[in-house]
Ligand binder design. Structure first.
Ligand code: AMP
Length: 287
C-alpha cells in the first residue's frame, strides 16, 4: 500500500510538514465505512490538490445514543484499500484517546444553526461535529476541506465555523452520490434488510415531491411539507422524524417559499436513521 497510515497527531503533522506550502493540502474527514459518496469527495480532492489526507474517525462526541455509536459500521481494512486505490497520501486513523485524551472542556457553540432538522432530534450532535472538525482542522491544517451536500446542515455549520473563526481553509461542497433509484449513499444503508432498503427510497421520493410542488409555484411551506410527507407509506417500520423547508444558509424554517430553499428530512427505517435533502428553486422551471 502507498497510503501512509498515521495513527497519532504527531505522525500526521510530521508527514504533512514537508508538503506544506509546497502544494495544496486537501482534506476529507470521514467516519469510515467508506462508499462511493466518500470516494467522490476523495476524487475531487485528488483532482484539486497535490496532497490528499483522509481521516477515519468515529467521533464519540457527536453520538447522542450509545447504541448507535456501538453499532456504527467499521470496515478499516477495506477503507484503507479504497484510500490506496484512490491515491490518498495520508490516512489519519486515530484512536478515540488520541483525539480526546481527556473529555474536552471547550467545545464549539453552533448557535441557532442547530435548532432545526437533525439538531432538534439529536441534542449535542452538531456541537460534537463542529468540535471535532475544528480539532481536525487544527491537526491537519488543510488548504481545502471537502464535505458532502448530503449532510447539508453539517456543511452549513462548517462554513460558518470557518467564517466565524477566520480559519484560512476553503470549504468545498460535493453533490450527493445516489443509488440508481435515488437513495443517497450512506454508511448506515448497510444496516438495512431487503425490505428496509426498498422502503428507504421513499424519503428521496418525498423530497422530490416537495421540489416539484415548489417548481409548480407552491409557496406555503407547511402545505408543501405535509403533502411531501404523505408520499411516505404508513407502516410500523417507517417513521418520519422531520421534513422541513429551511433557508440553505441559516438552516431556519422559511415562512414562505420565495427563493431557493432546502427540503430536508430524516426517516427511521426500523432502527436505522437516514437523512437526505434536495435544493428547491422556485425560479427554475422543472425544479
Ligand atoms: P461520514 O463518514 O458519514 O461522516 O461522511 C463523511 C463525508 O462524506 C461527509 O462530508 C458526508 O457529507 C460525505 N458523504 C456521505 N455520504 C455521501 C454521499 N452519498 N454523497 C456525497 N457525500 C457523502
Amino acid at each position: 500500500m502507498n497510503v501512509y497510515r498515521a495513527e497519532t497527531i504527531e505522525a500526521v503533522r510530521a508527514a504533512l510538514q514537508p508538503r506544506r506550502h509546497q502544494t495544496r493540502i486537501g482534506f476529507v474527514p470521514t467516519m469510515g465505512a467508506l462508499h462511493a459518496g466518500h470516494a467522490r469527495l476523495i476524487e475531487t480532492a485528488r483532482r484539486e490538490c497535490g496532497c490528499v489526507v483522509v481521516s477515519i474517525f468515529v467521533n464519540p462526541l457527536q453520538f447522542d445514543r450509545a447504541d448507535d455509536l456501538a453499532r456504527y459500521p467499521r470496515t478499516l481494512d477495506e477503507d484503507l484499500a479504497l484510500c490506496d486505490a484512490l491515491g490518498v497520501d495520508v490516512a489519519f486513523v486515530p484512536a478515540a484517546g488520541e483525539i480526546y485524551p481527556v473529555e474536552p472542556e471547550c467545545t464549539v457553540d453552533i448557535g441557532r444553526l442547530g435548532e432545526h432538522l437533525c439538531g432538534r432530534g439529536r441534542p449535542g450532535h452538531f456541537r460534537g461535529v463542529a468540535t471535532v472538525v475544528l480539532k481536525l482542522f487544527a491537526i491537519v491544517g488543510p488548504d481545502t476541506a471537502y464535505f458532502g451536500e448530503k449532510d447539508a446542515q453539517q456543511l452549513a455549520i462548517v462554513r460558518r465555523l470557518v467564517a466565524d473563526f477566520n480559519l484560512p481553509i476553503s470549504i468545498a461542497g460535493v453533490p450527493t452520490v445516489r443509488e440508481p433509484d435515488g437513495l443517497a449513499l450512506s454508511s448506515r444503508n448497510r444496516r438495512l434488510d431487503a425490505c428496509g432498503r426498498r422502503q428507504a427510497v421513499s424519503l428521496y421520493a418525498a423530497l422530490q415531491h416537495a421540489r416539484a410542488s415548489i417548481a409548480r409555484g407552491a409557496t406555503d411551506p407547511h402545505t408543501i411539507a405535509a403533502e411531501a410527507a404523505a408520499v411516505i407509506p404508513g407502516g410500523e417500520n417507517l417513521r418520519l422524524e422531520y421534513l422541513e423547508l429551511v433557508d440553505p444558509n441559516t438552516m431556519q424554517p422559511v415562512p414562505r417559499v420565495d427563493g431557493p430553499v432546502l427540503a430536508a428530512g430524516a426517516l427511521w427505517v426500523g432502527d436505522t436513521r437516514l437523512i437526505d435533502n434536495v435544493m428547491c428553486d422556485p425560479a427554475r422551471a422543472g425544479g
